[in-house]
Design a protein around this ligand. Structure first.
Ligand code: DC
Length: 242
């Protein structure tokens, strides 16, 4: 009932004196075993959600650095699972029918590297391969599969168990760390985000087309906002930053 607090009651039976059935009643209003998002007085989980290209990772990295927290790029976890599915040669049409047990066999893990949390697949620490065109084109198809989201939930919550984490993604504030008191939602027009991606890629020496980037961002927004599970939206208690 008080997210982030750990309260031990020494003599629970005493509640029966003034409120018979207190504990049973409390259980019915308890939001359940939600993630422990750190204590309000200690290090918390800061969530930064928003659409593709809104600057979440850049902002999250800087916020984590400023606070001395660790940074989790949850998009990288979705990308890593997508990479594994592509490498295993499972056809995209079959992803929707994947079962949780099957997905649990994929050896994904979180590997701390300084303040960054990297994603390991077996004994490979993944980096650039997560941003390949093939993974980028397929990732929202994987992210809409309920079993995929369920497979990745524990992994993400585990990373935030002790607080001291800045987590960026699409559903950090609405689902994964729904109990945390510190939520940001970054937003910008699709044109602005396409321009930003364009500048980033040009800076890296890649040849890109602004119109194609805009089309891709709009298509990804559409898929991320309209999927039935954990669609992209700002949490009611998020601070919205344009
Ligand atoms: O942030 P990104 O572009 O690396 O995310 C890749 C995809 O993963 C994005 O299209 C939606 C999905 N995703 C998600 O569904 N939930 C998250 N928390 C993070 C990413």
């Amino acid at each position: 009932a008080l997210p982030g607090n750990e309260i031990e009651v020494e003599a629970p039976k005493l509640a029966e004196v003034s409120f018979p059935g207190f504990w049973e009643t409390l259980r019915t209003v308890d939001p359940g075993p939600g993630p422990r998002a750190g204590s309000p007085r200690g290090p918390v989980v800061v969530t930064i959600d928003g659409p593709a290209g809104s600057g979440k990772s850049t902002t999250a990295t800087a916020v984590a650095e400023r606070l001395g927290y660790r940074h989790l790029d949850s998009g990288a976890i979705y990308r890593a699972l997508t990479l594994a599915l592509l490498e295993e040669g499972i056809p995209r049409e079959a992803w929707g029918a994947l079962e949780l047990d099957r997905l649990r066999n994929i050896p994904l893990a979180i590997a701390p590297e300084g303040t960054e949390l990297r994603i390991a697949l077996g004994d490979r620490i993944l980096a650039d391969e997560l941003r390949s065109a093939a993974v980028t084109a397929a990732v929202s198809d994987a992210a809409r599969v309920p079993a995929v989201r369920a497979r990745l939930l524990d992994l993400q919550r585990e990373a935030g168990r002790a607080g001291g984490l800045v987590a960026d993604g699409r559903d950090m504030g609405t689902v994964v760390f729904a109990h945390t008191p510190a939520k940001i939602f970054l937003t910008a027009s699709a044109e602005e985000r396409a321009q930003r991606r364009y500048n980033q890629l040009i800076h890296k020496g890649e040849s890109v087309n602004l119109r194609a980037l805009l089309t891709e961002i709009q298509a990804r927004d559409e898929r991320d906002m309209n999927r039935p599970v954990a669609p992209l939206k700002a949490a009611d208690d998020a601070l919205i930053v344009d």
